[in-house]
Design a protein around this ligand. Structure first.
Ligand code: NDP
Length: 295
């Protein structure tokens, strides 16, 4: 079967251009320049890279950005004090706290300390609740990016069986909620699978759409995929590869080479879901600057 590769890099650039144009139009009418802050705790190279590219992309679309860095020894209270400052800073429209945090800091406490109107990651319980209740909200960036890919590739979802593998709070769970929504690029019958799921293969073979967010390289194999399936691969896994200068390569949760020939659409890794996450975060920040969710 011939399959189409869903080009997340291209769609992300398209979204960034749209956002840049909206910023121009909004500021020309006297609106403020959107301002995103990112809080980074510790020296984790992957987190540093993610935050670095978020800040860089802000500049590209005409946003202001502020990077707030702390050593991993910062106490929970000191971090909470900083969030309080950001919550009260009138110039900052939205901010994110890059996860994971050091073990001595409660992620739940930190997520709940972010003012919901500035929670552009969409992790605060109020924003998650608003998502469930179909109220305007910041949809967390990766799931929102995936819905954009489905929409912009005009992929039929209504009435389809969608299997989401992984039930994390940042990807799998919100994704399952979005795919079951009563709207054009959702309306799926959703099965949410996880490590306790019995006979995952049978669930996958019944799926018209598989969204894999597991964190295990090449976990979804061709024998789990039915002809014509749409596969969205969220996974980003480092696999050793001595032939490359870095000594590793990035692969997804799906065995792309063997699954792709059975698919109608499939996202690659890298270049699929990954680039969409940043574009979605910028979209949320623009909504925050325009006070479109919280007036
Ligand atoms: P988590 O580790 O939080 O969640 C993994 C999920 O996979 C859990 O729900 C777990 O089940 C499930 N799982 C683990 N093993 C199995 C198994 N054998 N069978 C079925 N389910 C299983 O991961 P995240 O959701 O944070 O991330 C998932 C992947 O997506 C990672 O590779 C991450 O790097 C990537 N990612 C990519 C992003 C992007 O921008 N593209 C953004 C965020 C994440 P259980 O709950 O039972 O333990």
């Amino acid at each position: 079967m011939s399959y189409e590769i869903i080009d997340g890099k291209k769609i992300s650039l398209q979204m960034q251009e749209e956002i840049a144009a909206e910023v121009k139009a909004f500021t020309a009418k006297g609106g403020k320049i959107p301002h995103l802050a990112a809080v980074l705790v510790g020296e984790d190279p992957a987190s540093q890279a993610y935050v670095g590219s978020k800040v860089k992309t802000c500049e590209k679309v005409g946003f202001k950005s502020t990077l707030v860095k702390f050593p991993s020894t910062i106490s929970e209270q000191e971090l909470l004090n900083k969030l309080d400052e950001l919550n009260n800073d009138k110039d900052i429209d939205g901010y994110i706290v890059q996860l994971p945090l050091p073990k001595h800091i409660s992620e739940h406490k930190i997520i709940e300390a972010v003012k919901p109107s500035k929670d552009v990651d969409g992790f605060h319980p109020i924003n998650v609740g608003r998502l469930v209740l179909d109220l305007p909200t910041y949809i967390s960036a990766t799931p929102y990016g995936i819905t954009q890919l489905l929409e912009r590739y005009n992929i039929e979802t209504s009435g389809k069986n969608c299997v989401v593998i992984g039930r994390s709070h940042i990807v799998g769970s919100p994704m399952s909620i979005l795919m079951a929504k009563n709207n054009k690029f959702a309306n799926c019958t959703v099965t949410l699978c996880h490590s306790r799921t019995k006979d995952l293969k049978a669930h996958c073979l019944n799926a018209d759409i598989i969204i894999a967010a597991i964190g295990k390289p090449n976990f979804v194999t061709a024998d789990m995929v039915k002809q014509g399936c749409v596969i969205i691969d969220v996974g980003i896994n480092r696999v050793d590869d001595a032939s490359l200068p870095k000594g590793y390569k990035l692969v997804g949760d799906v065995d792309f080479d063997n699954c792709a020939p059975k698919c109608s659409f499939i996202t690659p890794v890298p270049g699929g879901v990954g680039p969409m996450t940043i574009a979605s975060l910028l979209k949320n920040t623009l909504l925050a600057a325009k006070r479109e969710i919280y007036k």
